[in-house]
Every structure is written in structure tokens, then in C-alpha cells.
Design a protein around this ligand. Structure first.
Ligand SMILES: NC(=O)c1ccc[n+]([C@@H]2O[C@H](COP(=O)([O-])OP(=O)(O)OC[C@H]3O[C@@H](n4cnc5c(N)ncnc54)[C@H](O)[C@@H]3O)[C@@H](O)[C@H]2O)c1
Length: 258
């Protein structure tokens, strides 16, 4: 799909699934603002993308999405740099049952804030031209595990919020398509945190149950994210959920296999 002339903003875009999305957007000729907390990773990411796609196609903005003012500023910086905004992917997420309040802030509150900010810049309600929002949930929203209660709650929340907002967009004629993506297991640094007591707290002891599900793929595929960028020939299914129709519509599609 050609996205020439379009501008995208991706949170948590310096690595993992977000980085893969950034790469894909650049390949489709969009310009991209990469927001991430991790400065080192973000700067490395930008340097690699500049080398591949040429300077000026993307920008890195260090931003903690759980800081509302910083997130607002990052949206404005994107507007100042590229002059418009068409696509927002609220992707940044963490897996931390020990600091579960932070998990709610990053995985749910920031997605809500990011959606509202995106609407301010894209919705016809604000006199803008419309656009697309994709909020990243998880397969965990469908298949709960004793290992991740709060993570699961946040991902349920992202689906519920996104469905309601998609309905609001249709009913209010915002001109903004709002969807939620529910990936299965993806081999990224986030997936490694399931084995770390620092992240899992008292639920750490359930890690074998979780790994069993992981090993079985729970009937889904494991897709390879950045740190290899979909380069391993394994099954690569991503479940997408289209919100807004009143019914959760799950579509499984495969990424490339070579
Ligand atoms: N990896 C999986 O198996 C999997 C499965 C389903 C859903 N998801 C979801 O996909 C999204 C991306 O996950 P991933 O696997 O690519 O993770 P990842 O850890 O590889 O990447 C997440 C990125 O978000 C950034 N980030 C974290 N906290 C941030 C904050 N407060 N502000 C700004 N940036 C922040 C990190 O620095 C990192 O670059 C998350 O929402 C995650 O819950 C992942």
C-alpha cells in the first residue's frame, strides 16, 4: 500500500513490534515519528533507518508515554517536523506484574491518552482531515494466564476502549478509522521478561505454565519481531481484531514466510 505523503507516529517504535511497524511504514513511503523511552535504542534505530531509507524520512523523539505532557509535546513535535498526522500506532507496552500500577499507566492509560491526542490532530471533530489509529492489545486479552493478571487486564481494557472509540468515530463522523491489533507471541525483549522475577513478582512461580502455553503456541503462531525483523522461517500469525462493528471480528493473517 502506498502511503506517500502520509505521516505516522509510532509509540514504543525503537524496537520489537513497533520497530517492525516503523520499518513497514517507511517501506510504504510514509514519514514516521518514532517515540520511545529508550534514548540509546531510539537513536540507534534512527541511524539505521536513515541509512536504509535516507535522512528526513523519520525522526526519533524520546518520550515516556506515561507522562501526559511529554506525550502531548511529542505529538506537537511531530506536527512541527512533518506538518500533518495521518496514522497513530499506540504500541508501547510493558510486562510488569510487580509494578502493576506502571503497567496500567503504560499499557492502558497511555493508549487512551494517545488516542485522544491522535483525534485532536486527525478528527473532523477538530476540523482535521481524518486518519487511522491502531492500538496494540494482545492475544492475552483472549487467553488469560495465571502468570499475567494485570497485563491481561490492560489488554482487555485496550480492546474495550478501542471498540467504544471506533463506535464513537462512526457515530460522531470523526473520519478516523480505529482498530486494535492483538498479536500472538512475538520474539521480542518483552517476551523475555516473562522469565524475570523482577517483572513477574509473585506470579513468577507460574512461569512454567506460561512457557508450556508458549511452547504449544496456544494454537497460534510465534512471530519473529525486531531483533531479526521477521527473518526466521516459523509460523507467523497475527490476530487482528476489527473494532467498531459491534462484534469482535478476528482475522488471522500471515506475515511473509521467507
Ligand atoms: N512480544 C509479544 O509476544 C507481544 C504479544 C502481544 C502483544 N504485545 C504487545 O505489543 C507491544 C509491543 O511489544 P514488544 O514485544 O515489541 O515489546 P518490546 O519490549 O520489544 O518493545 C517495546 C518498546 O516500548 C518502549 N517503551 C516501554 N515503555 C515505554 C514508555 N513508558 N514510553 C515510551 N516507550 C516505552 C520500549 O523502550 C521498547 O522500545 C506491547 O504493547 C505489547 O504488550 C507483545
Amino acid at each position: 500500500m502506498a502511503l506517500a505523503g502520509k505521516v505516522a507516529l509510532v509509540t514504543g517504535g525503537a524496537q520489537g513490534i513497533g520497530r517492525a511497524a516503523v520499518q513497514s511504514l517507511l517501506q510504504s513511503s510514509a514519514k514516521v515519528a518514532v517515540l520511545d523511552l529508550n534514548k540509546t535504542c531510539g537513536e540507534q534505530c534512527k541511524a539505521q533507518l536513515d541509512a536504509e531509507f535516507g535522512e528526513g524520512q523519520c525522526t526519533f523523539i524520546q518520550c515516556d508515554v506515561s507522562n501526559g505532557d511529554a506525550l502531548r509535546d511529542a505529538f506537537q513535535t511531530t506536527m512541527d517536523k512533518f506538518g500533518r498526522l495521518d496514522i497513530v500506532i499506540n504500541n508501547a507496552g510493558i510486562n510488569n506484574e510487580k509494578n502493576w500500577e506502571k503497567t496500567i499507566q503504560v499499557n492502558l492509560t497511555s493508549v487512551i491518552k494517545g488516542t485522544y491526542l491522535a483525534l485532536e490532530h486527525m478528527s473532523k471533530e477538530y476540523g482535521k482531515e481524518g486518519g487511522t489509529i491502531i492500538n496494540v492489545s494482545s492475544m492475552a486479552a483472549f487467553l488469560h494466564s495465571p502468570h499475567q493478571p494485570v497485563y491481561t487486564a490492560t489488554k482487555h481494557g485496550v480492546i474495550g476502549f478501542t471498540r467504544a472509540m471506533a463506535d464513537a468515530s462512526i457515530t460522531g463522523d470523526y473520519g478516523v478509522r480505529i482498530n486494535v491489533l492483538c498479536p500472538a507471541f512475538v520474539d521480542t525483549p518483552l517476551l523475555q521478561t516473562v522469565e524475570q522475577e523482577d517483572n513477574m513478582g509473585k506470579f513468577f512461580k507460574f512461569k512454567d505454565d506460561f512457557k508450556l502455553r508458549l511452547g504449544q503456541g496456544v494454537g497460534f503462531g510465534v512471530i519473529q519481531g525486531q531483533r531479526g525483523l521477521m527473518s526466521r522461517p516459523k509460523s507467523r500469525n497475527v490476530d487482528a481484531v476489527r473494532a467498531g462493528s459491534g462484534v469482535l471480528e478476528r482475522t488471522r493473517f500471515q506475515t511473509r514466510t521467507s
